[in-house]
Design a protein around this ligand. Structure first.
Ligand code: AMP
Length: 602
């Protein structure tokens, strides 16, 4: 078995780690960084970039630079279209109602985009480890629904990774704690990232990590903080120039960028200057934005968002039936937890110093790598007792929601339910499965309609079908059914499934693998071209320096070779041709050098 990598697939950044002789290590990416921006960019001619390069083109090519895709993973377009203003690219409705991303005339599913980020991480890990990597543990926010988890797993599959386990980010952080400290504690993991917020309360000891409760918000993160700063900047600009600049995509992207930079600065400074020259131009000339944002103004702006996270913490404590005094350690995770106001409020709530010994950007990937190590059998097993974060249930008469597996139940979990018919000879029964806490079914997240078919004809109420609802260790839901009279496993189909079908998944996986091979091919061609360029420069120098010692015929031959090389660099991308040319240039150079040396000796 090869190395299992642990991946924190973040909204803003992603991190990859592995177990190196029993200890977790973060993998350094191709650019030499420990974190990789979760950004995918496309150039005008369709070339794809991932990570730092893609992030750099965000300002100049915002429509074709996809950031924060995690927000749209496994979600219906109707539920996330309001998030359009948080991103610079276009989101639209896919044919199955899911969210999709448009770049020019191509439409991508969020799973495909995430797969591009995963492919980059996988490639970085392969280069770092010097081996092929095919297995991974990927983390997700604890508050991800079934379809968001499925979408994450599908993204892994498209990237050619066998996703051995999906674990919750705070649980991963707790694993890192257990690995490091090996002492019994009650932990609060406060995870405030780029797009999501989670709070988890866990009991850990030497070999068990048990989640007591989790709460969170899948649409509350650093991007929302940036957004309130953007609104403030727009107001400032309006105050200075009486111009509403909110409709221009490029302006908005520049403002978002400036807002994030200001936010980062305010984590250490008490005031920051924002200067955006030539933000817009009208008949009277260009207009610049110049503003000073103090930490206290910033804190006033983001206070309500921070309070929302504190509220969730209070509810989680109540869910876990824990008092603040019973919490031993508070661990901070996610970039937004670096904001001083956030730390102050969390410290105030829990009434104790925060544990800052873990790197909030890396601790989740480290925990994922540890989970990988446990699965590999390399390190001592820690039993993870995670919970389901939403109640699972079905729609019953009157459009109401009947809970089958309540939230905060330890997973894996299952529940069986007997179902029958309501009219004579009824052949099918439809079961609408949902996740959520609302009493009205339609206010919860639909996982799909499961249809039981080919029920043996009988009087109403006579058929007895046992339906089994299960949530596995990844938090992913499955439904199975059995006719109690015949023992026959019922045929179940999902009528309005979310996410990707098996065929779509296979197609995307094949495309990604082609892309990977192509990019491998492209890299080899690029390396050959550089090699040839180098050889041509050396040969040119050779001709310049040795001209007096060369025969006329050799000078002609050398000039021909240089011309052939230059032409090939201009025209050819064929690897075999270039390889042959490179070898020819070396031979030619060697042959002439020998001649010159022989002439010198003579
Ligand atoms: P994550 O999803 O954990 O990578 O967190 C990324 C989010 O954290 C982004 O919104 C960043 O702007 C934000 N962030 C990172 N570093 C800081 C910092 N020093 N102060 C405030 N926010 C930060």
């Amino acid at each position: 078995m090869g190395t299992i990598i642990g991946i924190d697939l973040g909204t803003t950044n992603s991190v990859c780690a592995f177990m190196d002789r029993g200890e977790p290590r973060v993998i350094i990416n191709e650019e030499g960084g420990r974190v990789t921006p979760s950004v995918v960019g496309f150039s005008k001619d369709g070339e794809r970039f991932v990570g730092d390069i893609a992030k750099r083109q965000m300002l100049i090519n915002p429509d074709a630079t996809i950031h924060g895709i995690k927000r749209f993973m496994g979600r219906r377009f109707k539920d996330c279209k309001e998030d359009q203003h948080l991103v610079s690219y276009v989101i639209e409705e896919a044919s199955n109602g899911d969210c999709a991303v448009r770049v020019g005339d191509r439409v991508y599913s969020p799973q495909e985009v995430s797969a591009m980020v995963l492919q980059k991480l996988r490639k970085g890990a392969e280069d770092f480890l010097g081996e092929t990597v095919t297995e991974a543990v990927i983390t997700v926010p604890a508050y991800f629904t079934d379809s968001q988890r499925q979408a994450t797993r599908d993204a892994g599959t498209i990237a050619g990774l066998d996703v051995l386990r999906i674990i919750n980010e705070p649980t991963a952080a707790a694993l890192a704690y257990v690995h490091d400290r090996k002492q019994a504690s009650t932990l609060a993991v406060y995870d405030f990232g780029g797009g999501t917020f989670d709070i988890s309360l866990l009991e850990v000891d030497r070999d068990v990590a048990e989640v007591r409760a989790t709460r969170g918000n899948n649409a509350l993160g650093g991007a929302d903080i940036d957004k309130v700063v953007v609104t403030w900047l727009l107001d400032e600009f309006y105050r200075q120039h009486a111009i509403d600049a909110s409709a221009d995509r490029i302006v908005l992207q520049r403002l978002r960028d400036a807002a994030e930079r200001a936010k980062l600065e305010l984590s250490t400074a008490t005031s920051t200057e924002i200067h955006l020259p030539f933000l817009v131009a009208d008949a009277s000339g260009p207009k610049h934005l110049q503003a000073t944002l103090t930490r206290s103004t910033f804190e006033g702006l983001i206070g309500p968002l921070v309070q929302r996270t504190v509220e969730e913490c209070r509810k989680a404590l109540a869910d876990a039936r824990l008092t603040v005094a019973e919490v031993d350690e508070v661990i901070l995770v996610g970039g937004s937890s670096r904001i001083p106001l956030v730390q102050q409020e969390v410290q105030k709530l829990f009434d104790r110093p925060l544990n800052k010994s873990f790197n909030p950007d890396e601790v989740v990937a480290v925990g994922a790598a540890i989970q990988g190590g446990i699965l590999e059998g390399d390190i001592k097993s820690v039993t993870l007792l995670d919970v389901t974060n939403f109640s699972l249930g079905i729609e019953v008469a009157g459009g109401r929601f009947a809970t089958l597996i309540p939230k905060n139940t330890t997973i894996p979990a299952h529940k069986t339910q007997l179902v029958s018919t309501v009219v004579d000879d009824q052949r099918t029964v439809k079961i609408h499965v949902l996740q959520g806490e609302q009493t009205r079914a339609r206010d919860n997240v639909s996982l799909g309609d499961f249809e039981l078919r080919n029920i043996q004809p009988a009087a109403k109420g006579v058929p007895r079908i046992r339906v089994k609802f299960a949530i596995d260790a990844n938090g992913i839901v499955s439904v199975g059914a059995q006719d109690m009279r015949t023992g026959i496993q019922e045929e179940i189909t999902i009528d309005s499934p979310m996410g990707l079908s098996k065929q779509e998944l296979d197609r995307m996986k094949a495309e990604a693998e082609n892309g990977r091979q192509e990019s491998d091919e492209a890299r080899k061609v690029k390396a050959l071209r550089q090699e040839i360029e180098q050889k041509l420069v050396t040969l040119e120098a050779f001709l310049r320096d040795q001209r007096g010692l060369l025969h006329k015929a050799d000078i002609g031959g050398l000039e021909q070779a240089l011309k052939r090389g230059r032409m090939a660099l201009l025209k050819s991308s064929d690897r075999a041709n270039l390889k042959e040319l490179s070898a020819y240039l070396s031979r030619f150079h060697g042959h002439l050098s020998d001649k010159v040396q022989a002439g010198n000796r003579a």
